[in-house]
Design a protein. Structure first.
Length: 194
């Protein structure tokens, strides 16, 4: 399983160069240059609720096509209300656009997603509330699709969450764990991997 982190210190960038970590970039990070060899994913910036189509599309189109995947815009409701249908509407508009631009598009599974109603996306990104993401619906999505699609889980910021994502069959995860005290937390994170 791959952990995608922000390139926030030289030791973390060294770990990315060594293939130990993947790199996550977002429109809000502005200009981040990375070598073609890095394993990079592009998030959409929607979670922070500052997303605009114009800024996102200009930013993404200027990224290298060597990235593993680019996350299509979604809608997150922090109250826990279902937002699968609204996210699916965004997917229907932006998913094909992301693919036309030369990226592998990722669909964000939100509250209300199920193995039967997710689109035929090459990457499924488990997001939604913590309760939903760690619950039976998200697990069922992984079990149904892990053999034919890349499965990614967002907001993995502890060894316990890492082990859970790994145990259900996710291929990759991301989180902000290394953003705070990056070099200290990098040593702690390395213990998750064993």
């Amino acid at each position: 399983m791959i952990y995608y982190a922000n390139p926030c210190s030289e030791p973390i960038k060294d770990a990315m160069s060594a293939g130990e970590l993947g790199c996550i970039i977002t429109p809000n990070q502005r200009n981040i240059n990375f070598p073609d060899e890095w394993d990079v994913m592009a998030d959409n910036g929607c979670f922070a609720n500052r997303w605009t189509e114009a800024a996102w599309s200009e930013w993404l189109r200027n990224q290298p096509r060597t990235m593993r995947f680019a996350v299509a815009p979604d809608l997150f409701d922090p109250s826990g209300a279902p937002c699968h249908e609204q996210t699916l509407e965004r997917w229907n508009r932006f998913g094909p656009m992301v693919e036309r631009w030369g990226f592998t598009p990722a669909f964000v599974c939100q509250v209300g997603s199920s193995p039967e109603n997710v689109p035929d996306a090459p990457v499924l990104f488990l997001d939604g509330t913590t309760e939903w993401k760690l619950g039976p619906e998200a697990r069922a999505i992984v079990e149904a699709h892990r053999d034919d699609r890349w499965i990614h889980m967002g907001r993995v910021n502890s060894g316990k969450r890492w082990k859970y994502a790994e145990s259900i069959g996710c291929h990759s995860v991301d989180g902000t764990f290394l953003t705070f005290a990056p070099d200290t937390n990098l040593a702690r994170m390395r213990r998750w991997f064993v």
